[in-house]
Write a new protein. Sequence first.
Length: 334
Amino acid sequence: MTAVLRVIAAGPLATVQDGGRTGWLRSGVPGSGALDPRALALANLLVGNRPDAGALELTLAGGTFVAEGAMRIALAGAAMPLAIDGAPAAPAASHTLRPGAVVTVGAARTGARAYLAVAGGFALAPVFGSVATHFRAGIGGLAGRALKAGDALPVAGPVPAGPDLRFAGAAPPEPPRIRVVPGPQDDHFTPEALATLVAAAFTITAEADRMGYRLAGPKLAHARDFNIVSDGIAPGSIQVPGNGQPIVLLADRQTTGGYPKIATVVSADLPALGQMRPGDTVRFAAVGLAEAAAARRALADWLAELPRRIVPAALDPARLLAANLISGVTDGSG
């Protein structure tokens, strides 16, 4: 019998996401996928999945789920408290659930997005090679929509053999400023506009979702008309419409657009940006292509090293010291 993770209650914008779609931008299909692929990879590796397998992306608040069948889960990413049958459970660690176990994920104390993975992944039909949910296109996940109470997510594999696992490494350092490479249309702005972008503080507004973040701050002045012939939009493109307020475009962005793009967030900093929430302050730093490439290699190296930082949970010294492993034994002096 196939195990099922049943949704009792879901937080806002809870969706199924994976590593995203590749090769379809030319057909107008956005890539989608996890906004923090670092956390997605960690959650998946903790339960024995490939790093880009489908998992639940939980935004700001988690939800309540019941295990209909035995399964193994792991939560990684934003600091959302995890409880199993009401008892606190460690994040960045796997937990084997008995049938009927209730999993509760609370509101994020820090960060915006956490990923709940199950061993084997979810048995959902891929669309254009991915189970990633895209709301506006209505594809992926559960009919292209957010999770709601009563949804059933079939689990594709059995509980793995062996002990539960934990992460024994350190998170990659967060950049003090979100790094950007100027362009591709920085020549459509005044010299003062790029200087303002990297000198000023911007606030993420309430108009922030998986498509992009609208920012509020000093106006970025155009040197010419703010309309261009539509061209391709990369992840992290910062387009500036006529009001001069930047929009950072993310995983669910449109594939083409007609506003000039003053700069592009380097790919290595997109996960950190994806963990920011409305009301947070964003500061940018302009870098060259060489630094952007070096940052990408550093993140790739961290991800490549990640499997070697996954160890049996029983080897956690703190857990061993807290456990009463042997009772009724003395040194004979009492």
